[in-house]
Write a protein that binds this ligand. Structure first.
Ligand code: RNT
Ligand code: ZN
Length: 420
């Protein structure tokens, strides 16, 4: 008997159907962030280093420098990752060329600047999520949507509106929802004298952006909170309370987004998922790995990642209520590998969650049978998960653990190492 069939029997004894878990996972969209490929630089500005509350560290050779290079790199990652992938673009990845009239600033970008990305997605059957880029730009003063300077604020509101139009275009062209995430790094290094003013302006700016017409069935605008960033340690305009309240008060046009790097170190997003789903029909996630702060390390198969996946599955989030995206950027290692390891790890976490006998465990909890709940939960950890994972990779036609890294090594040797 094959290892998979043996594993299938072992899980079946617990009432878990491994075939069904594999089938379910195959159709769950997880957005792959384009920005791991070039350290969040994009193509619309000369970026020497990031600014606006996010940072990458490291200068491993081989970063993508052009749309063509980034697309080629993404293609390698797509081939190595099982499951239903979606692309996730930032506005700064607009493609300007002679055919579409050349460069324009962020307040003037149009759907046509993303036509090449649409073609890329269509050829590969991908949906696409989108993000306005409120950082690494001369119009950050350093604030954007919360700036007291009306000219600055107007520029960024226009950018947000342009991004709504582009998101609507992406969703229509690709026939899939487009999650459009609003995140700004607006905040202060030191103690502000006015904490409410920036928030009132931020609220008004988001109101104005979301007044741009769009179909809420197709475009899902989100607001992402943050606790602090490097250089903005004392105060963040878009705090947890601010964004949650905004989403709660604007449910007909906006959903909350939680990034698990954006909370105090002992807070966990896994516990926040069911809390939010008690009230919100839909929520969005950025899955990342914070080490002590929002460091955006590659996602590992660690306890909290597994716990996040469990909560998505247990709350019924896989039916579309939870929009899953990855958000990490490590510039210190091979970027194709970084992308792939993180993506595969989150797939593993979801598969593990789907292989959990949740109904039984819940019953134990409801019957106050905490003894058996502990015994079973601990024993689940050493079941032959790897054999089911391997079957899943085969079912998706992607290389298994122990095989795929060779592809990355060859690509590095032939392509990445030749980039200047
Ligand atoms: C930054 C936020 C934000 C960005 C991306 C690039 O702390 O997590 O989501 O990482 O938009
Ligand atoms: Zn994020």
């Amino acid at each position: 008997m094959s290892r998979y069939l043996q594993a299938k029997e072992i899980y079946a004894k617990l009432g878990v159907d491994t075939d069904k878990a594999i089938q379910t996972l195959k159709s769950v969209p997880v957005a792959l962030h384009c920005w791991q490929g070039d350290d969040v630089r994009g193509f619309d500005q000369k970026v020497d280093s990031l600014s606006g509350g996010i940072q990458t560290t490291g200068n491993y050779p081989g970063r993508a420098r052009t749309p063509e290079e980034l697309m080629a790199d993404i293609d390698v990652v797509l081939k190595l990752c099982p499951g239903t992938k979606k692309l996730n673009l930032h506005a700064c990845y607009a493609i300007f060329d002679d055919e579409n009239g050349g460069w324009v600033d962020r307040d003037k970008i149009e759907p046509k600047h993303f036509k090449k990305w649409v073609d890329f997605c269509k050829e590969r059957g991908l949906g696409c999520d989108f993000n306005p880029t409120f950082f690494s730009h001369p119009m950050c003063d350093p604030l954007t949507l919360s700036s007291p300077n009306e000219e600055t604020r107007k520029f960024w509101i226009e950018h947000g509106k342009a991004c709504i139009r582009i998101s609507q275009y992406l969703a229509q062209e690709l026939g899939q929802q487009c999650v459009m995430n609003i995140w700004t790094g607006d905040g202060f290094k030191d103690i502000p004298a006015d904490r409410m003013g920036p928030r009132m302006r931020y609220k008004d700016s988001i109101d104005q952006i979301l007044s741009e017409p769009f179909d809420f069935n197709l475009v899902k605008p989100c607001v992402e909170s943050k606790v602090f960033g490097i250089g903005v340690e004392a105060y963040t305009v878009g705090s947890a309370e601010f964004t949650l309240s905004y989403a709660a008060m604007n449910k007909e046009k906006c959903i909350p987004l939680m990034d698990n790097g954006h909370y105090h170190p002992t807070e966990v997003v896994s516990d926040k998922i069911p809390a939010l789903l008690t009230f919100f029909p839909e929520i969005a996630l950025h899955v990342t790995r914070p080490i002590r702060w929002d460091s955006d390390h590659v996602v590992l198969l660690d306890d909290e990642t597994k716990e996040i996946a469990k909560e998505i599955v247990r709350t019924g989030g896989l039916d579309g209520r939870v929009k899953i995206a990855l958000d990490y950027f490590d510039a210190s290692i091979n970027r194709i590998s970084a992308w792939t390891v993180g993506y595969r790890n989150f797939q593993k976490a979801l598969l593990m969650a789907l292989l959990s006998p949740d109904a039984k465990l819940k019953e134990m909890q409801d019957e106050n049978n905490w003894t058996e709940l502990m015994v079973v939960s601990e024993e689940l950890k050493t079941l032959p998960f790897g054999d089911v994972w391997s079957e899943y990779c085969n079912a998706c036609g992607v290389l298994n653990d122990g095989e795929w890294f060779q592809t990355v090594k060859e690509y590095e040797q032939e392509i990445l190492s030749k980039r200047g």
